[in-house]
Design a binder for this molecule. Structure first.
Ligand code: BGC
Length: 478
């Protein structure tokens, strides 16, 4: 597998998952993607809550900034820890614990009596969000058959965008009463779903069971969504592949796996895409859209309206990605997205530099979000779950996700000062340049992963990086 699919070079179709099995897998996937919802909710809720926390706790501008960014620091730490924990305790238990940590963070936020307590709350929430963002792609990938894996993994991004949008609506609902505690409290709902889901509804990943001496349970799980014969065959193939990997890299465990030459191409792709996804400027638009619009001369009026509009486009275009990702593949989506992001960011910069019509600026901004949402946004998270070989998947995701959160932190820290120093237009040109470099990187180094299992993805990565590929057990020479 990745999830429940046959290895290449074996007889019969790539997967044998009957409809009923696929339905079960989708139900699990939706439940796991609730972790993505939490990511989005926390991205969106703070802007609304902060408006009312500020007068309550008499926060200075610097303190407000810290309340926002301390979550990103917590997320970095959470993402860093998640891989080892998910390898030791399993994907399911880790996921449940993340829901638990989120509940603790929510409780501290809801009952916060002063600024330091609020900071602790945001840090704990960050730990949960960061950790979940590293675990969810791995878990989804390992529960999914090859032919629907792109869609299943894109669910994560869909739930991120839904989380952002729902947070705006929750902010609206509570804003007339100024009830910021209620805004935080609403976030407990997905956290409870995570804990209960892990306890009662979700299975452990068959890949993890197989590598932790629970082969019988892995076989039973695969048989429950396919049939006995397929389960036996898959288990045997996986045993051979593990044996071969162990022969190639004896004794490498934990983070050490990432130092192996074989994993390096996946690591380079994971870390680079993680950085450019943030350094392309997405969150300056997600976080600061109303401020940017005001500077083009459009009256922000109800600033939340801009946010909702941006959120809706973000969501709608992610649905487009879900439709296309298993049909046209990841590379096409990435390339179209990055060409469009480069052009729209460059034009947005131009709009500021030459003082173009403000409506045009809005059009470029919306185009940029739309193009991110149908490509780089979801596809980065899809690839995080797909490019690493099973033994490095959790730590590889951890590393990529940590870089994603750190880059997010750096961009949100420097965006306003840089824009002040060199102007918003040139700042947007820097983002455009980064998107252009990302485009070059993708065309050269990122392989197509659609319809490929772990062994084939590995072979494709080795070829892209000019390495000789040794076929793994059961694989026909590529
Ligand atoms: C990014 C987030 C961003 C979100 C917007 C995600 O893929 O990782 O940083 O806020 O997309 O939808």
């Amino acid at each position: 597998m990745q999830g429940f699919s046959r290895e290449p070079g074996t007889e019969g179709p790539m997967t044998e998952v009957p409809r009923a099995g696929l339905r079960r897998i989708w139900r699990w996937a939706v439940l796991v993607a609730v972790g993505g919802f939490l990511f989005g909710y926390d991205t969106g809720v703070i802007s609304g809550a902060l408006l009312y926390i500020t007068p309550d706790f008499e926060l200075s501008a610097a303190e407000q900034g810290t309340v926002v960014s301390v979550l990103l620091l917590g997320a970095m730490a959470g993402a860093l820890l998640a891989g080892r924990v998910a390898d030791r305790l399993g994907r399911r238990v880790t996921y449940g614990l993340e829901g638990g940590v989120f509940l603790v963070g929510t409780a501290i936020a809801v009952f916060a009596v002063d600024y330091p307590m609020l900071l602790v709350a945001r840090l704990v929430l960050g730990l949960a969000v960061g950790s979940a963002s590293a675990t969810v792609p791995v878990y989804l990938s390992e529960l999914s058959p090859t032919e629907i894996r792109g869609r299943v993994l894109t669910l994560n991004q869909l739930l991120i965008t839904i989380g952002i949008l729902i947070a705006y609506f929750v902010n609206l609902a509570f804003s007339s009463a100024g009830a910021w505690r209620g805004m935080f409290a609403a976030g407990a709902v997905p956290a409870v779903v995570m804990v209960l889901g892990a306890a009662f509804a979700l299975p452990e990943s068959p890949e993890w069971l197989g590598t932790h001496g629970r082969v019988d349970r892995a076989r039973a799980l695969i048989a429950s969504v396919t049939n006995e014969a397929t389960a036996d065959q898959l288990i045997e193939q996986r045993r051979r592949r593990r044996q071969q990997l162990e022969a190639e890299r004896p004794g490498r465990r934990g983070w050490q796996v990432l130092r192996s030459a074989r994993v390096r191409p996946a690591l380079v792709v994971g870390l680079t895409l993680a950085a450019v996804q943030q350094f392309g400027g997405i969150n300056t638009i997600i976080y600061y859209a109303p401020t940017i619009m005001e500077q083009t001369g459009l009256t922000a009026g109800n600033s939340i309206l801009y946010s909702v509009a941006i959120g809706l486009i973000n969501l709608a275009m992610t649905l487009v990605a879900i439709k296309l990702v298993d049909r046209v593949g990841r590379r096409v989506l990435l390339i179209v997205s990055l060409v469009g992001m480069t052009v729209s960011m460059a034009l947005l910069g131009l709009a500021f530099v030459v003082g173009l019509d403000s409506v045009l600026a809005l059009v470029f901004m919306v185009a940029y979000i739309a193009l991110f949402a149908m490509g780089l946004g979801p596809v980065f998270w899809v690839l995080v779950g797909e490019i690493f070989p099973p033994s490095a998947r959790a730590v590889g995701s951890s590393a990529s996700t940590t870089v994603n959160w750190s880059s997010n932190f750096v961009v949100s820290l420097v965006f306003l000062p840089v824009a002040d120093a060199i102007g918003q237009g040139p700042t947007f040109w820097i983002f455009a340049l980064i998107c252009a470099v990302a485009l070059w990187f993708v065309t050269r180094y990122v392989p197509e992963t659609k319809d490929r299992d772990a062994t084939q993805v590995d072979a494709a990565l080795q070829r892209r990086f000019g390495r000789r590929h040794r076929p793994a057990a059961g694989e026909q020479p590529a």
